[in-house]
Design a protein around this ligand. Structure first.
Ligand SMILES: *Cc1c(COP(=O)(O)O)cnc(C)c1O
Length: 380
């Protein structure tokens, strides 16, 4: 069994994807071009933003977005502690300082109360300027934008939504990648909408920001003159082949994949809710189910369950084994675990189960059976 079954997805979409790839090969044009523009238009329309600018990866999308916000040395950028390293790493690489916030123990997303505390702390210390916040739509669930946007307004922070896992999710009918000043997503193969390599996109409603992004992804070049540079940027573009692959994948995602993901998640939740802590989706929100992450009672129970699954050749993953504050890369910041109690607790008990639109009912039932059995065994 696969954790994310990209092979089965390809079998379903083979004819369309192969035809798209062949058309790129016979056109002989491989970087950007009309297919990339078509994809950008479709992505912007899907999430409900005016502009989409694709680029080489989700990480580059974060860097480009931070550059448009003018983030640099002396700035503090608030990032959830419990997430993939990219949002923090990009902040550091631009010379700014990521300031971690704890998470809500139910949604695993940035805790607005912790955000306020961390902002106040930065202001009190007076060394850094609070500049921006990067809420992450963790595991597919949009962050608490109602409250985070209010806090950002109060402290004049820009909001960069990291929708790398959230693409397809929504809150009150508003789609992920449409929240805050600017949003990004990733097309890494295992994300909700993945290509066959690296790829990413930035979304904005602001025409000037969109123009700046186009320049920044091409070394900072001037729109009028290809070899005049008004600023320094990156070389980060989406391959035409990746756009060709993403077009039929986006259509399938909209047409049925998201519904299928919901179906798998609903089955897990229904059957597992009495035995383990199942994911919490607040009223009005919908998850894109980048991960289906349960909580066990403690580290020992998680280890036992994971071993039981592994014996039956069922893959499971620990997203994430520790908070970013505890990563060796940030050891110099010397942050005690006690500052992020929810992250530390959840990192010990979380376990992500296989989920993808092509997971067969009987496979889901096998996973559920093993889980129920091993949790029961553990408790007697
Ligand atoms: C995957 C991911 C990224 C980075 O995307 P890449 O395309 O792999 O560079 C950024 N943020 C989050 C939350 C992610 O999960």
């Amino acid at each position: 069994m696969q954790f994310k079954d990209l092979k089965t997805q390809y079998e379903f979409l083979k004819e369309e994807i192969d035809a798209e790839i062949r058309s790129v090969l016979s056109d002989g044009s491989f970087i950007l071009g009309s297919k990339v523009e078509e994809l950008e238009d479709k992505l912007a329309a899907y999430v409900g933003r005016k502009y989409c600018v694709t680029c080489g990866s989700g990480t580059d999308a974060l860097t480009l977005a931070l550059m448009t916000l003018g983030v640099g040395p002396g700035d503090a950028v608030f990032v959830p502690d419990f997430t993939f390293i990219a949002p923090a790493g990009t902040v550091s690489r631009l010379g700014a300082v990521p300031v971690f916030t704890d998470i809500d123990p139910r949604t695993f997303n940035m805790d607005p109360v912790s955000l306020t505390e961390e902002i106040e702390q930065v202001l009190k210390e007076g060394k850094l300027t609070p500049k921006a916040v990067i809420p992450v739509d963790l595991f597919g669930l949009p962050a608490d934008y109602d409250r985070i946007l209010q806090i950002a307004k109060k402290y004049s922070l820009s909001v960069l939504e990291d929708g790398a896992q959230g693409f397809g999710g929504s809150t009150d009918g508003k789609k992920a990648c449409s929240f805050g000043d600017i949003s990004v997503t990733s097309f890494f193969p295992a994300k909700p909408l993945g290509c066959y390599g690296d790829g990413g996109a930035v979304f904005t409603d602001d025409a000037e920001t969109a123009a700046l992004l186009l320049s920044l992804r091409a070394h900072g070049r001037s729109p009028a003159d290809k070899y005049a540079y008004e600023r320094l940027g990156l070389n980060s573009r989406l391959d035409t082949l990746q756009a060709a692959i993403l077009l039929p994948k986006l259509a399938a995602f909209e047409k049925y994949e998201l519904t299928e993901l919901d179906r798998v998640a609903a089955r897990y939740t229904e059957r597992l809710r009495d035995a383990v802590t199942v994911p919490f989706v607040p009223d009005g929100s919908a998850s894109a189910w980048a991960q289906y992450t349960i909580l066990l009672r403690d580290e020992a129970e998680r280890a036992f369950v994971q071993t039981q699954l592994k014996e039956k050749e069922i893959p499971s993953m620990i997203y994430y084994p520790k908070g970013l504050h505890a990563q060796a890369a940030y050891a110099a910041m010397d942050i005690p675990d006690s500052r992020y109690p929810n992250t530390c607790d959840i990192a010990k008990r979380c376990l992500s189960l296989p989920i993808h639109p092509y997971l067969r009912e009987e496979d889901a039932e096998r996973i559920i059976g093993i889980l129920l059995h091993s949790v029961g065994e553990q408790h007697t």
